[in-house]
Design a protein around this ligand. Structure first.
Ligand SMILES: NC(=O)c1ccc[n+]([C@@H]2O[C@H](COP(=O)([O-])OP(=O)(O)OC[C@H]3O[C@@H](n4cnc5c(N)ncnc54)[C@H](O)[C@@H]3O)[C@@H](O)[C@H]2O)c1
Length: 251
């Protein structure tokens, strides 16, 4: 798909991977609608991107709020789901079983929030005329390599990201007849506020276990992959790892 002039919704656009991807998309000529629950940061992010960006304060789990917003945005060709939360809690810890609410919250935001955006975005994309490739839109989810190699304490996060991996192919199949592609990016360890919040004890072994290059991923590298997926019409129903060859150990 040629994205110049097209509108792409980026959730979690206030920070980290979503913001970096928005920068790359705008540089490639797209317009972006940044969706985030952090009002101050999403407005600052949109302002920094200039007239090609608009900020919207919505929680991705809000069924009606997301549906209303996407309907109000007008023609939409791309969705990049980056909103997500992490947690560190074991199935059974010193205080007993993990509070069920914690597990539910992570699955709610990461998995159900991603689906909520996708269902509403696809319904809007279905209204588009097909382009010269027969396409009406592109959806990209963000999982994590924790979907495959979740570490100790990542049970809720890994389950939520595994759900995203699992829904990628059936969603691509559901939407194929509409000319809408669906792919997922599974990032390794990237230098964003989410990872900056992790302790050195967490970061150091992960960088050591990365094959090459031995560093954190740069958010721009994630954004460039998202742009490529948008542009490459033959990429569909796939999960792409971007991780410097990292396979995470148990701890
Ligand atoms: N940084 C990494 O190393 C890494 C690795 C693998 C996967 N990921 C995934 O990439 C995505 C982006 O991560 P990041 O590192 O940029 O994180 P980040 O914390 O920098 O940004 C996440 C953004 O999502 C927003 N958000 C969270 N919950 C929301 C909700 N319910 N509704 C609307 N907005 C919400 C936050 O306000 C924040 O702006 C996440 O899904 C994360 O799980 C990140």
């Amino acid at each position: 798909m040629h994205i110049a002039g097209k509108l792409v919704v980026v959730t979690g656009g206030a920070s980290g991977l979503g913001y970096a991807a928005a920068q790359v998309l705008v540089a490639a000529g797209a317009r972006v609608a940044l969706i985030d629950r952090d009002a101050e940061r999403v407005q600052a992010a949109a302002l920094s991107l200039g007239s090609a960006a608009q900020a919207y304060v919505v929680d991705v789990v809000d069924a009606q709020g997301v549906s209303d917003l996407l309907a109000a945005l007008g023609q939409l060709h791309g969705l990049l789901n980056c909103a997500g939360i992490g947690t560190a809690s074991r199935t059974v810890g010193k205080q007993g079983p993990m509070p069920l609410q914690l597990f539910e919250q992570v699955v709610q935001v990461n998995l159900i929030g991603s689906f909520n955006l996708a269902r509403c975005a696809a319904a809007r994309m279905a209204l588009n005329e097909v382009d010269e490739q027969g396409e009406r839109g592109v959806i990209i989810h963000t999982a994590s390599i924790a979907a495959y190699e979740g570490q100790v304490g990542q049970v809720a996060y890994a389950a939520s990201k595994g759900g995203i991996v699992g829904m990628t192919l059936p969603m691509a199949r559901d939407l194929a007849g509409l000319g809408i592609r669906v792919n997922t990016i599974a990032p390794g360890i990237f230098d964003t506020p989410l990872m900056q919040a992790a302790s050195e004890d967490v970061r150091r072994p992960l960088i050591a276990a990365t094959q090459f290059p031995k560093r954190l991923g740069e958010p721009r590298e994630f954004g460039e992959l998202a742009l490529h997926i948008m542009q490459n019409s033959f990429l569909n129903g796939e999960v792409l790892r971007i991780d410097g060859g990292l396979r995470m150990p148990a701890r």
